[in-house]
Ligand binder design. Structure first.
Ligand SMILES: *Cc1c(COP(=O)(O)O)cnc(C)c1O
Length: 450
């Protein structure tokens, strides 16, 4: 059944059926699992989510950058239906199947660099990051991992240690894994010496941190999101990532690019590293890769990935055949429909409107940033004072929700409003979603949102 590509407000949001289900949720699901918009979804596709009350919401979140090819994308649905009827699981480590190998071949072809590569498949982004760290430590014989301020790498024990933000990800969940060190992030908007000085000074601060607090020879890997995701869609200045990559190579330190959020067409290239011409030694991918099915990968230099002893990597479900055919179908969709170009088009529609909004509200929109279909504005209470305004972000979010627009916030200070529309969204819905957002923003700024 196809879903009409239109916003429909049939009831208040959330409607009565959603409220009933939310009451059951509260009685059955751990309170630790939050829901930012308790609207229960019945069907989704293109740029629309349909809820159990008959409302249709415009999707500017893609389930956190996952349904890049659209929800229930036709090729993905067809491939999954066929595979699920053939076989659902054997465990690749017991009796393998072609689809796993085909996904790894595709990863070798699409990821940056034309060197020989190998991949291993897992179930989640955090699991991929854990395994990239395992491989880096094993290959180098070194322990230390360097990460950055505002980083987000997941919620498992090791990845909590790698993640920067305490609330809600780490608070009272320790003790955390050791040998993780944090360097300053090149964050132009909040760099003390100003955006122009950021590239140079942030690179010097990174080198000084590793040298003084860790030691180059003790460092297995530097782990970085080429554009930070949960930490606030922070785009480092041009050239900074390249310098970090070159410096790592000089010191025998592996560069792990965490492209779990930025990967697979989201930023207007296949991977965010492509934009900087950076070739990482290892890359982690997940979110957008498999059209909504759980699949993640570590892809890296053959000599690094193959240095691990047989049986050292794996997991019962990693590279599940249904998830693998979904990934192959999602990637085929990205290629056939040139979704990297679509992401660049979305940027062209979006950015001028965000910049116009910032010009209208210079005291409240401190920064507009992002790339492709991964864009954000950072909200403040006092213009050049740059005081984070999480309350305003929350009010805009509530106003968008009540008008049938699904949006997400992020950032260490909770004050970044981010946009991650599915690349399958049509131009009309995109424009309408922006209209809704702008009206919500104006209402929130003038205090008209509860
Ligand atoms: C979401 C995310 C992860 C964690 O992925 P999960 O599938 O939620 O475990 C890791 N790194 C980055 C950059 C992410 O955005």
């Amino acid at each position: 059944m196809t879903l009409s590509q239109e916003r429909i407000l049939a009831t208040e949001i959330p409607g009565p059926r959603s409220r009933e289900l939310q009451a059951r949720k509260v009685a059955a699901v751990s309170a630790g699992v939050g829901t930012t918009l308790p609207v229960y979804v019945e069907q989704a596709g293109g740029g629309v989510l349909r809820d159990v009350d008959g409302n249709q919401l415009i999707d500017f979140g893609s389930g956190i950058a996952v349904t890049t090819v659209g929800n229930a994308a036709p090729r993905v649905v067809e491939a999954v239906q066929r595979q699920v009827a053939d076989f659902t699981h054997t465990c690749f480590m017991v009796t393998p199947y072609e689809e796993y190998v085909a996904v790894c071949e595709k990863l070798a072809q699409l990821t940056p660099g034309d060197h020989e590569k190998r991949s291993a498949l897992f179930n989640s982004g955090a699991e991929a990051v854990e395994n990239a760290v395992k491989v880096a430590r094993h290959h180098t014989g070194r322990d230390a991992i360097v990460v950055f301020d505002h980083a987000y790498h997941g919620r498992t024990n090791l990845t909590m240690a790698l993640t920067a933000k305490n609330m809600p990800y780490k608070h009272r969940f320790g003790p955390f894994a050791g040998e993780v060190y944090r360097a300053p992030m090149a964050y132009p908007y909040r760099w003390p010496g100003g955006p122009e000085a950021c590239a140079e000074e942030a690179f010097d601060a990174f080198v000084a941190t590793v040298h003084a607090q860790v030691g180059e020879d003790n460092t297995a890997a530097v782990l970085i999101e080429p554009i930070q995701g949960e930490g606030g869609f922070i785009v480092p200045p041009p050239g900074w990532l390249r310098r970090v990559a070159d410096w790592c190579r000089e010191h025998g330190i592996l560069l792990i690019a965490d492209e779990v959020q930025t990967g697979f067409a989201r930023t207007g290239d296949w991977f965010a590293c492509d934009h900087e011409g950076v070739v990482p030694d290892l890359m982690t991918t997940a979110k957008g890769m498999a059209g909504g099915l759980p699949l993640a990968a570590v892809t890296g230099r053959a000599e690094v990935m193959d240095s691990v002893h047989v049986g050292g990597l794996g997991g019962t479900y990693g590279g599940n055949p249904v998830a693998c055919v979904a990934a192959l179908a999602a990637i085929e969709t990205m290629e056939a429909e040139d979704l990297p170009a679509r992401a660049r088009e979305i940027e062209k529609t979006f950015l001028p409107r965000l910049e116009a909004l910032a010009a209208r509200h210079p005291d409240r929109v401190g920064d507009v940033r992002g790339r492709g279909a991964m864009l954000a504005i950072e909200l403040v209470s006092d213009g050049a004072g740059r005081t984070p305004d999480a309350a305003l972000a929350g009010a805009v979010h509530r106003a968008c929700s009540s008008q049938g627009l699904v949006t997400l916030t992020c950032g260490t200070f909770g004050n970044v409003f981010r946009f991650l529309p599915p690349l399958a969204i049509g131009d009309d819905l995109l424009a309408e979603g922006l209209d809704v957002f702008e009206a919500a923003f104006d209402a929130a700024v003038s205090g008209k949102v509860e």
